[in-house]
Design a protein around this ligand. Structure first.
Ligand code: ATP
Length: 133
């Protein structure tokens, strides 16, 4: 692979998650998985619930992402995410509890249930659990 790098900045409402040069990023774009190399054409896309994967120095880094936006321009990638976790930050018991809550809500089908909200909570929990398995 070429030695060229690109800047990656990942922020959430809570914190700056990552800021450094990387070679290659894979992100869950709204229309499907996107692979971004340096000098990629400019784009802005929403992100789905899924995984961010990138090569930093000699390490392959994987993080869970719960949606947001990604901008690519001039070999700089900016990810504004609703939530991001490194795999070692994922609290499995918390994700199991969130999964059970969401599954129970969807099974009970209460008349005032916000189905989309429950489905998204379930997908976030499953994404975190799948990532650490
Ligand atoms: P919960 O119902 O457990 O709060 P959630 O999917 O609604 O789960 P989010 O709103 O996506 O949670 O995230 C709120 C904050 O909590 C974010 O900072 C996110 O990174 C963190 N977070 C959520 N779930 C976990 C988890 N299982 N392990 C570690 N951090 C988590």
């Amino acid at each position: 692979m070429s030695d060229k790098t690109q800047r990656l900045e990942i922020v959430t409402p809570e914190k700056k998650v990552f800021s450094d040069n990387i070679r290659y990023l894979i992100a869950p774009g709204a229309e499907g998985e996107l692979g971004i190399l340096p000098e990629h054409a400019a784009l802005i896309t929403p992100l789905k619930i899924g995984l961010l994967k990138f090569d930093h120095d000699e390490n392959r880094i994987i993080m869970t992402v719960s949606g947001g936006f990604m901008e690519v321009r001039d070999s700089k990638i900016t990810i504004l995410a609703t939530a991001v976790e490194r795999l070692d930050e994922i609290d499995v018991a918390r994700a199991e509890a969130a999964k059970m809550r969401a599954e129970q809500r969807l099974a009970e089908k209460a008349p005032d249930l916000d189905v989309l909200r429950a489905e998204l909570a379930l997908r976030r929990a499953l994404n975190r659990l799948n990532a650490v398995q």
